[in-house]
Design a protein around this ligand. Sequence first.
Ligand code: ZN
Ligand code: ZN
Length: 515
Amino acid sequence: MHWADVIAKSIAEKAEKPLIATGISPTGIIHVGSLREAITGESIRSAVEGLGKEARLIYLIDSFDPLRRRYDFLPPEYEKYVGMPISRIPCPCGKHNNYAHHFVQPFLDAVDSLGVHCEIIWTSDLYAQGKFAECIDLTFKKRKEIINILHEVSGKEPNPDYAPYEPICEKCGRYTKPIFDTYEYPFVKYNCSCGHSGTADIRKDDGKLTWRLEWPAKWKIFGTNAEPFGKDHAAAGGSYDTGKRIAPEIFGIEAPYPVPYEFVQLKGVGQMHKSLGCSVTGLDAIRMTPPEVLNYLFLRVPTNRAIDYDSGIGLLDVADEYDRMEVAYFTKEYDEAAENVVRAYEIAQHNHVPEKLPVQVSCRHLVNVVQLADTFEEQMKVLSRTVDISKATEEDMRRIKKRCECIRYWLNTFAPDMVKFSVRQTIPQHITLETLDKAFLQTLVQRMNDCNWDAETINNIISTLGKESPLGSKGAYKLIYNLIIGQDRGPRLGPFLASLDKQFVINRFNQAAYN
Ligand SMILES: [Zn+2]
Ligand SMILES: [Zn+2]
């Protein structure tokens, strides 16, 4: 059984309307791993839905976390915001409500394009609404038990000064420590290192729980049944281990079904975003990977297996694999070993599996098409020379368009040079043709004039004539690539020439042959 089905089954047995929680800390750039979390959550949600039950997926934005340091991509004046909640720090570009919105909004727009059906919840709002008050109150009353749990689970010395709750200084705006014995619901006093002394109201956004307490408090607020989280939280003595005990012993609830996932490693990385100090971001991955393929990439392996996100040729390989699984799903021709990957294809559709096999256009082929035309209309004109899209449905066309956009983004960013080319408007000047070359081209034009303009025929003609000529087929290919794109190598020649206008190609060869 696919892992998403195993989890869905387990939580659907326990809850009438299971709730799956997932989250993100928008303190900086969004990593590809965050996509794994979103897609894992969505796949559990849609698997529960597939069982005939309603399910809720919430996306918790940790917008009340402090800015931990001034990251390299932030201007020097952000130094003064370190230690303040990110919902109260201005956005670096001036266009968003605050720092948290700035970093997470583009990601949320993009997650939406992946078909993730979630409710967005800002942690800063939950504090302002007093949702945490009951749990904060409990942490003051049971602070000794909490210290003991942390000591027992982590194996570290008990810390008698441990503060599960940190008020925000009303003067300097930074998190500080409470004076425990001044607590009397709902107020606690503090002395901030800036010199200010004040009082925080736990029913307001005057402070927050520290992570190890905030996480199980969220489980209690929402009644979470399952939650995916990065493996760093799953380490022995880590925050899931402590949360698992805090949940029943402090908050009187059961911990959710844990779904720890392995990290995503980046492979085939070509370019760096200099300002961000990293290569491929989560947004890049969304912009260059068709959504159905990205979903599939995260669903095809168990959550505890590391995933390589390959921004090079591997991107085309996984897209091809997706297309093969789609065929397998509709033809039902696959063996037992492929059951889970075919099911991964199905889950990747979020319960909107097409009724029949869609008109498939491989990303690999679109790499050629996109480089031959700029607008989508022109691209479809080019595509129709090699693929019958006359029967494509609106949904098929929507998907092809999305794939074209992704491939365009990829070509502009991380695609390796070997797949890039541009068709020359005239014969490149560096080419000098020998008599042998001209003779080959003359015969080629003769044969092409009345041939069927499809990839296979074109390929057969060129390789046959090439072998008959002293050029050999290698020499023939090299000559043709040079005449059209000014390079020794290029995309697979048959489909490539078939994608070009027949008269354009013949004219180019004629011009060269009789010059
Ligand atoms: Zn902004
Ligand atoms: Zn202060």
